[in-house]
Design a protein around this ligand. Structure first.
Ligand code: HAM
Length: 420
């Protein structure tokens, strides 16, 4: 029979990896709590239109990377490729704006993009992200960037670089696109095939094309920062000043325009050299028009997402596996009957305990206790029970002693609180 395997770009996360994974999630939750963000969970499956409306019809994500299919005759749904649009949908659907001024949400979860799988680029990947909706304050832009910075520190990642840019408001973008289109008029044939399409549909994306020749062509064109309106210039200057004052180092990178259409003003990426060609750890920015574009009242917003797999690859976090408190190494049916009752009792008191269910020799049971890093092992067989005793071995001190059966429960319970 054919053994079924995971699909390309989709991976199991095995228990040994989960220890670090969960530690990263735990640290992230702690950071979000400190910054006043609350968790939101949105469905994995959404109306496909949600993303064409928000991320943009002409973006790679919507055009090429959606896992979408029809439900019934004409309802096109898709696995979410990102988290911002679903959060905004939820914000509007539940009229959150009526109850709250500024909304600060965070999320953790799987996203799906039909990309060419490679190191650091999966078709199912996980993001940790946050969205702050309801303020255009440059302090909020700084808060989001500082939060990512704190979160990365909390999960023992350093050596990253923060790249910052502003792509201005829709007016700035329209003016700039106009100039860029003029500039590219007689150079279009020299662009890569993707950028030749982008020249028609998604002009700003040409700025972050990795193709050498496209880069060469675009290099001599002045950055969008030179064409921002006075308000957008002032906003960006303030964001930079606040970041400097709170001790955040960043570099201005005029090529950052981001691959999603909803951005306005501040955009940023956290890049890490150890990640290789897929070097973006996090990305985000402002999206001041998205809420209105999705049918709500105009509400400025800013957010980010971090790639979980990429964090896993470079985090130096070494979470402690919680040690097992007591392992029962038992020989014979009578010992099993006694040991199993004791195990059930200890577990109900929250004391982690384990037993061997495979009828193995005492030696292999002790090996298993070692592998599970048990703090204590209870050894019992016919011989011990006949004496009315069990053996208690302290695995760290490498000492053992006998205890009376009738005192076993009290002694075992007393072992742990002082030592856990
Ligand atoms: P994004 O830049 O598309 O932004 O993704 C954010 C992060 O997700 C990336 O920096 C990367 O670490 C990770 N990532 C993206 N695609 C993949 C993949 N195929 N495999 C592994 N990791 C990946 C967004 O998704 C925006 N929603 C961010 C945002 C939130 N902007 C405002 N609010």
């Amino acid at each position: 029979m054919l053994r079924i395997k995971t699909l390309p770009g989709m991976e199991d996360i095995l228990p040994e990896q989960m220890v670090k994974w969960q530690a990263i999630e735990r640290k992230a939750r702690e950071v979000f709590l400190v910054y006043g963000y609350s968790e939101i969970r949105t469905p994995l499956l959404e109306d496909a239109m949600l993303f064409s409306q928000s991320v943009g019809e002409e973006t790679d994500i919507v055009k090429k990377q959606m896992f979408s299919f029809l439900i019934g005759k004409d309802k096109r749904v898709c696995l979410r490729p990102e988290g911002t649009a679903p959060v905004v949908r939820a914000y509007l659907q539940h009229s959150v704006f009526r109850r709250q001024g500024l909304v600060k949400y965070y999320y953790l979860g799987a996203m799906f993009r039909y990309e060419r799988p490679q190191k650091g680029r999966k078709r199912q990947f996980y993001q940790i992200g946050a969205e702050a909706i309801g303020s255009n304050s440059p302090y909020l832009d700084a808060e989001i960037i500082y939060l990512v910075n704190n979160l990365l520190q909390a999960v023992a990642i350093d050596g990253y670089q923060i790249r910052l840019n502003s792509i201005g408001c829709l007016d700035c973008q329209a003016n700039y696109k106009h100039l860029l289109r003029d500039y590219l008029r007689d150079k279009k044939d020299l662009l890569c095939p993707d950028c030749q399409c982008r020249a028609e549909t998604n002009l700003l994306r040409i700025l972050d094309c990795k193709n050498k020749q496209c880069r060469e062509i675009i290099r001599s064109f002045p950055p969008i920062l030179d064409y921002l309106c006075a308000k957008c210039k002032e906003h960006f200057a303030k964001v930079k000043r606040i970041l400097t004052e709170i001790g955040i180092n960043y570099v201005i990178d005029a090529h950052i325009v981001r691959g999603l259409d909803y951005y306005t003003n501040t955009v940023f990426e956290f890049i890490h050299p150890e990640l290789g060609s897929q070097n973006a750890l996090a990305g985000g920015g402002r999206y001041n028009n998205l809420i209105e574009q999705m049918g709500g009242e105009k509400q400025p917003a800013v957010g980010f997402s971090l790639g979980m797999e990429r964090m896993m690859a470079i985090s130096r976090l070494e979470p402690q596996v919680l040690p097992l408190h007591i392992f029962f190494a038992l020989m014979g049916e009578r010992a099993y009957d006694w040991g199993y009752k004791m195990l059930a009792h200890l577990r109900s008191k929250g004391i982690s305990s384990e037993i061997d269910y495979q009828n193995r020799s005492l030696k292999s049971q002790l090996r298993k206790a070692n592998r599970l890093k048990a703090k204590f092992v209870v050894i019992a067989g016919e011989k011990e029970l006949n004496k009315g005793k069990i053996i208690l071995r302290d695995m760290r001190k490498q000492e053992q002693r006998e205890i009376n059966l009738e005192k076993a429960e009290a002694e075992l319970c007393a072992l742990i609180p002082a030592d856990s």
